[in-house]
Design a protein around this ligand. Structure first.
Ligand code: ZN
Length: 296
């Protein structure tokens, strides 16, 4: 009789634990945002998925078109409140035209660059067509601009002046916040831009939990003084496997380790997703690892 009671007790406890776990999983996924870092080789492409709208930040090279399309479709990411382009280099805007054509985009945030590349000029033409039809708004960012998508806050910390040539150092610097979690998006900004960030932006605005490491981990970016200000717990590097630039450079990795950053790289981990519930980041999945890690 006693043995039977113990078995019932065990079943009830097990059921309660399962229900609690299911409730926890559902509540954080309903409340949180998911950051998708998409493996597009030697390029950048990330999505912030939120219950109130999605943001895509850079779009990879045109060579990765099928990867980006398949990734977005397989994760149900069919519409974007904002498409943000850090600067007009091919490895950041390569699929911007495909996304405008095949996905729903409400607004594009990018500077009025003076780039003459065919990819940029094609994209401008397409953007102007959609603006004329009333389907799209072009937001030309200014320093201090703030955009909200539900509880997700996007702030332009640094924006290039009008008619900039769109080089690496003209990259947009964005900060995104969700609850207590903060993220910094740097495009390909190099040391010269970082010096400007340090002299123009209060250190407390630069200090974040998550850093999209600039310029694919190249040593011409992520200076010691910049990283000392940012001090990210989580550093994300988007670069191609065995790329010809040798990215990420050893010096960059050492500087990130020196400030205590945990480093995630698309060349090693493939595409991965991070859940941010407003308090911490949780690694949901990566192509090459099954590990579940938490950063607070
Ligand atoms: Zn780049």
């Amino acid at each position: 009789m006693r043995k039977k009671r113990n078995i019932w007790l065990f079943v009830v406890v097990l059921l309660a634990i399962s229900l609690l776990y299911a409730w926890y999983e559902r509540s954080i996924s309903e409340d949180g945002i998911v950051i998708h870092v998409i493996d597009v080789g030697q390029a950048d492409c990330a999505v912030i998925e939120s219950p109130d709208g999605n943001v895509i930040i850079d779009t990879g090279t045109d060579a990765s078109e099928h990867i980006v399309r398949a990734y977005l479709q397989s994760h149900g990411l069919t519409s974007f409140s904002y498409m943000i382009l850090s600067h007009p280099h091919d490895d950041h805007i390569g699929n911007a035209d495909m996304i405008l054509r095949e996905f729903e985009v409400e607004r594009v945030i990018c500077a009025e660059n003076q780039s003459e590349t065919p990819i940029w000029l094609n994209f401008l033409r397409l953007m102007e067509e959609q603006i004329l039809c009333g389907d799209l708004v072009w937001v030309k960012p200014d320093i201090g601009d703030v955009f909200w998508i539900g509880a997700l806050r996007i702030e332009v910390l640094m924006s290039p002046s009008k008619d900039n040539p769109g080089e690496n150092n003209d990259s947009l610097l964005l900060r995104t916040d969700y609850g207590d979690c903060s993220m910094l998006w740097t495009g390909d900004a190099e040391h010269k831009a970082e010096e400007a960030f340090l002299s123009n932006i209060p250190v407390e605005r630069l200090c974040v939990d998550f850093l999209k490491v600039a310029h694919h981990g190249g040593s011409g970016s992520s200076s010691e003084s910049f990283l000392q200000a940012v001090r990210p717990q989580l550093a994300v590097i988007s670069c191609g496997q065995d790329n010809s630039f040798g990215h990420p450079h050893e010096e960059t990795l050492r500087r990130l380790e020196a400030v205590g950053s945990q480093i995630y790289r698309t060349d090693l981990h493939g595409s991965f997703r991070l859940l941010c519930n407003g308090k911490e980041f949780l690694l949901l999945s990566s192509v090459h690892e099954n590990a579940r890690s938490v950063w607070r």
